[in-house]
Design a protein around this ligand. Structure first.
Ligand code: DAH
Length: 328
């Protein structure tokens, strides 16, 4: 084998020319194997070292190293700039990847539906904070210090004062504190209770509160409002039922059941509480209970959604598994 250093220049030119001509990724890889691979031309030339006269070996070795570096650098540069020299690297006619359409969570859409119906009855939407104080969550709602719902084990009290609200009834107080009557609001939102998670309990869930205050409001208005909601939301066979109960902030109070389609079959479902606003609540916010009357209600959003869509486990609503949520 010739050890003529000038012949190596020729080899280099040949290699670089071959690299230029590699038109696509496959050709580029062929070139790499052919020149830089473990059985490539460079290795073969290197073996020529053995046939060199001892005094020529250093110069030959240096030249070979320079050649190797040069080919490697050229290959790398070529790779980075994109292999193809023939034809565009981008096929602009290729169909794009499908873009997944997002959708609102099933609970958000249930809330939207509830708002929609009550808006048409003249209710506006009010919001309140999820981090509350005991005045709005209990005291102004006529729940005295000794009320069992105020136990630490039933509430998320925060270090340094405050708590996570356990009910959206807090917003009744906030609205009345800042707005003179008459009032007609609903307030959807999250509430928090330290319940152990199972199929029907979760430490966070959603309610929608309703409050109507005016002169001469009666139980008939309450019942008619809930009935109208049931019919509009669930359909013409829907109905409501009120069972006498107790809530500190209403007098009289009732549990509300609605007859709704549960996977195609009409069934009675407990969905919340309601009543006529207790005079003590009006006093707490500075309304004169001799002048103003009102009703309030609080409905469970998960209850409505789970029954309506046949969802057996509340936890599925909050795990964010798109395979589950996508069904609705
Ligand atoms: N705040 C009650 C609860 O979380 C629900 C409720 C009952 C709200 C009666 C009301 C009401 O406004 O009048 O259990």
């Amino acid at each position: 084998m010739s050890t003529d250093l000038h012949s190596i220049d020729g080899v280099e030119a040949e290699a670089l020319e071959g690299l230029q001509q590699a038109g696509d990724d496959a050709a580029l890889e062929q070139w790499r194997i052919g020149w830089l691979g473990s059985k490539g031309r460079l290795k073969e030339l290197m073996a020529g070292m053995k046939t060199c006269a001892p005094e020529e070996r250093p110069a030959f070795g240096q030249r070979m190293n320079a050649l190797k570096k040069s080919l490697e650098a050229a290959f790398k540069a070529r790779q980075e700039s994109g292999a193809a020299t023939t034809g565009p690297p981008l096929d602009v006619t290729e169909p794009g990847l499908p873009v997944g359409t997002g959708r609102r969570h099933i609970l958000a859409r249930t809330v939207d539906g509830v708002i929609d119906v009550f808006s048409r009855m003249g209710f506006t939407v009010a919001q309140g904070p999820e981090v509350e104080d005991e005045w709005h969550n209990f005291i102004a709602l006529n729940m005295p210090e000794a009320h069992p719902a105020r136990e630490p084990s039933d509430n998320f009290f925060l270090d340094g004062g405050g708590m996570l609200r356990t009910q959206t009834s807090t917003v009744q107080i906030r609205v009345m504190e800042t707005t003179p009557p008459p009032i007609r609001v609903i307030s959807p939102g999250r509430v928090y209770r330290p319940d152990t998670h199972d199929a029907t309990h979760y430490s966070m869930f959603h309610q929608v509160e309703g409050l109507w205050v005016d002169r001469g409001v009666t139980l008939v208005d309450l019942k008619a409002t809930l009935f109208h909601f049931a019919r509009t939301f669930f359909g013409p066979e829907a109905d409501i039922r009120m069972r006498p109960s107790f809530f500190p902030f209403t007098e009289p109070s009732a549990e509300v059941d609605m007859r709704m389609p549960v996977r195609g079959k009409w069934q009675w479902v407990e969905i919340g509480g309601c009543g006529m606003v207790d005079p003590n609540v009006f006093k707490a916010v500075g309304y004169d209970p001799e002048v103003w009357t009102g009703f309030a209600f609080g409905l469970g959003i998960e209850r409505i959604a789970m029954r309506k869509y046949g969802i057996p486990d509340i936890r599925w609503l909050f795990e964010n598994d798109a395979r589950f949520l996508r069904q609705f």
